[in-house]
Design a protein around this ligand. Structure first.
Ligand SMILES: *Cc1c(COP(=O)(O)O)cnc(C)c1O
Length: 232
């Protein structure tokens, strides 16, 4: 069995332990990895994948669904990069979730497109928790100011799943704990029905300990990505 399968399984077990048996959905972020890796992961039982570059995901997962018709209904592909209004129509039919809706204009376009395509997608609003201007997403203040309006931003095909948040680029674990706790408290106070997508390779144990519902893990499972690839 390849190492990435045993690593995925050991992270899964770790998540069970950290949550007393109520683990989050563990997304295997397979961006930049070749089709053969996704195929093997599928054969070994992995059903949740994360991708950030739409054409690459279409290529790999169309192939997977052709080779294994069951994958059509059993596999969820999660889009994890910033959502761009100009290309988001390509998400439909390939991705079940998008974690990177970071502006009202892309949110409105996503809702409109979902109705037009008549294809389902669940979305996370991306939050900017650290104030870094390199980071895409809504401030909690903006979300709060739009609280009543946000609740209606859904339709038959497009469902609001929750909030996505990331720690600081520095990777500082104290600050990461602080911002993850802030998002968790914000959700509990203002939007209790919604889910959280927090935690990557370097900080997932913190996120899982705080009750995140989805974790997105790439390099810890599959190894470091190569420079120059669509890896951001
Ligand atoms: C690439 C990426 C991940 C996975 O990152 P790792 O540090 O390799 O686990 C998670 N979330 C987003 C938004 C990403 O772009």
């Amino acid at each position: 069995m390849p190492d990435y399968i045993t690593t995925y399984q050991s992270i899964q077990n770790e998540c069970k332990t950290l949550t007393n048996g109520n683990p989050p959905t563990l997304i295997a972020v397979s961006k930049t990895k070749p089709y053969e890796v996704v195929r093997e992961a599928y054969l070994q039982g992995i059903r949740e994948f994360g991708e950030n570059y739409i054409p690459e995901a279409i290529e790999k997962f169309t192939k997977l669904r052709e080779e294994f018709p069951d994958a059509d209904t059993s596999v969820n592909v999660h889009h994890i990069g910033p959502v761009q209004s100009g290309t988001l129509r390509k998400l439909f039919g390939v991705f079940s979730y998008t974690h990177g809706v970071g502006s009202f204009s892309s949110l409105h376009e996503l809702l409109k497109r979902a109705e037009k395509e008549k294809k389902k997608i669940r979305y996370f609003l991306q939050t900017n928790l650290t104030g870094e201007n390199t980071k895409h997403g809504f401030s909690l203040q903006t979300l709060l100011e739009n609280k009543t309006n946000l609740a209606s931003q859904q339709n038959e095909f497009c469902v609001w799943e929750g909030f996505m948040g990331m720690g600081p680029s520095s990777g500082d674990l104290m600050e990461t704990t602080e911002v993850f706790t802030k998002l968790k408290n914000f959700r509990e106070e203002h939007f209790p029905g919604l889910k959280l997508s927090m935690g990557m390779s370097g900080d997932y144990t913190l996120a899982v300990g705080l009750g995140s519902n989805y974790v997105r893990i790439g390099s810890k499972i599959f190894g470091e990505r190569e420079y120059g690839a669509h890896s951001v």
